[in-house]
Design a protein around this ligand. Sequence first.
Ligand code: ADP
Ligand code: MG
Length: 283
Amino acid sequence: SVPLSYFASIGRSAREEVLIKGANFVDVLNSTEIVAFDKTGTLTKGKFSVSKIVPKNGFSEDEVLMLAAVAEVNSNHPIARSIVEALGERMEAMEPESYREISGRGVIAKVDGKEIVVGNDALMHELGIEHDSCDVGGTAVHVGVDGRYAGYIVVEDEVKEDAERAVRELKELGCRVVMVTGDSEEVARRVAERLGIDEYHAELLPEGKVSVVEGLKKNGKVAFAGDGINDAPVIAAADVGIAMGGLGSDASIDVADVVIMDDMPSKVPRSIAFARRTQRIVW
Ligand code: ADP
Ligand code: MG
């Protein structure tokens, strides 16, 4: 049977906007030694804004933005939302004839008979579209039209107010902190430095995040916190899967063992501290 103090702890954590989906996860949280975070939407706000448009090969800024927005109009990815928003009222009521989301890379759409590709370096590389590789201070979203490079859009996100505190408190609890992301090496390095994270893995596909977590599990109990649809497999793979309740996709919330309702990463160290106090009461 489950000791009463577990229920007290779960009730207490619920008031802290942390839902723990079962008493056994109090045990696992208590013995968690490694905490891995997804970057976008977990440590950062996941609200991008367009900061720069760099057209190439005779395209104009407006054309690059317009093409990207039409291709992205049906995507729920925060990058897609920011591009559509940047166009604002100038957004024409255009619908792509077809549209495909390439998880962790971007989208491919057919618009007016043209194939529009919007996404990261890896996607351009894979499709053989020659593009600029650039350290631009944010995430470069490349745009290709019928195999021709049209330029890139720079989007930027901000770290959450409590992200630095979350990392510091986890270190104080003796946890190893790791960041994983599908974003570029440059963006990952900047965010990691800013937050005091010594270990990060960038340019990962969703499967790559799972491999990193599987590898970490050889060294101790691993908690993984994420938000996106892409993160569901890695949340499921961790010893304790944590989802952001507000920003999180339904898929990630479904498979999670712990849900942070207010999306604050600092609730991760709080939950671990709770679990440790609960254990002391039990034994
Ligand atoms: P993260 O791991 O940071 O949460 P994702 O796995 O969602 O990020 O995406 C990884 C990268 O793939 C993004 O940084 C972006 O470059 C690219 N990407 C994914 N989806 C889109 C999209 N809809 N439009 C443009 N780029 C995208
Ligand atoms: Mg994410």
